[in-house]
Design a protein around this ligand. Structure first.
Ligand code: FE2
Length: 290
């Protein structure tokens, strides 16, 4: 799966830059789901020297491995704890992207995307936002996500559908999936309208904890860089460019707040992909992920 294939499904427009190359594709091969076994057989010295991002990568694979579904809560909190202490240097982050001068160049996209790793279970990436740029309000259908600011500061507003939807049981999900699949097959996409509660409205910087979202809690968010460029490291599972079983492609949908019902309750309407949101790309320059 190429970057362009995957990111097209995130519904953003891509601009290539001369800096882009596919080092990450060659360096970050998935190693299967038995990393812990191999890991344990290594010498103590090797274990001590494992870079933090490699530990995080291994923990992310373990967390979202379908075989480990029952340990998801424990594994998620381990993964969050590892991300809480990640720094820009751990990811080989190019400091020039934190320089405001980089963002005033003619034709520079307002967002730079760095793919760190992707397979069918997880997507690990870095987004860098131009000063003052807001990544529009969007959702993460049936996905988990963790977001750690590694440079600058962002204002995050996260929303939870109201009233809170329980996780559907298998039969209900199949029924809904059939209806949605039938609509999509006819080329009809029903634009969503919903009420949502603001479940997080805060400013996060590199010293802040990792923000999390689940298929039901804080699944909608918008992220705005403050007066300096800002970067955050993101882990999503499953990635956008996978199928939702029984429905079809996992689309990223965008929303407008059309009405404020009270201080923390709003009405959201799905909207077209905002034309202001497009990204260029830069390579991952951090440690090899094995
Ligand atoms: Fe997001």
């Amino acid at each position: 799966m190429t970057f362009v294939d995957s990111f097209a499904l995130l519904s953003s427009r891509l601009f290539s830059t001369s800096k882009f190359f596919i080092r990450a594709k060659f360096l970050c091969r998935p190693c299967g789901f038995h990393m812990d076994v191999r890991y344990e057989t290594r010498s103590t010295m090797e274990v001590v020297n494992v870079p933090p991002i490699v530990c995080t990568y291994r923990q992310a694979l373990r967390t979202f491995d379908v075989q480990g579904k029952n340990e998801l809560p424990q594994n998620l909190s381990k993964l969050k704890a590892m991300m809480d202490v990640l720094k820009a240097e751990d990811l080989g982050f190019d400091k020039s992207l934190s320089n405001p001068a980089t963002w005033v160049k003619p034709n520079k996209a307002p967002c730079t995307y760095i793919e760190v790793f992707q397979n069918r279970q997880i997507n690990m990436s870095i987004f860098v936002l131009k000063p003052g740029f807001k990544m529009p309000l969007h959702d993460h259908p049936h996905m988990h996500g963790l977001l750690k600011v590694i440079s600058g500061a962002v204002k995050i507003r996260a929303f939870t559908e109201y009233p809170l939807k329980e996780v559907l049981n298998h039969v209900d999900f199949q029924t809904r999936a059939k209806l949605e699949a039938a609509r999509l097959a006819q080329g009809l996409h029903k634009k969503r309208k919903l009420f949502a509660q603001i479940t997080n409205s805060s400013t996060c910087s590199e010293i802040s904890e990792t923000c999390t979202l689940t298929p039901t809690i804080s699944n909608y968010h918008e992220i705005e860089a403050l007066e300096m460029p800002a970067a955050f490291f993101d882990i999503l599972s499953p990635p956008y460019d996978t199928l939702i079983e029984g429905i079809g492609p996992r689309r990223c949908r965008y929303y407008n707040v059309v009405n404020s019902i009270s201080t923390n309750l709003v009405e959201l309407h799905e909207t077209e992909v905002p034309t202001c949101f497009y990204c260029d790309q830069a390579p991952y320059l951090g440690p090899v992920l094995v």
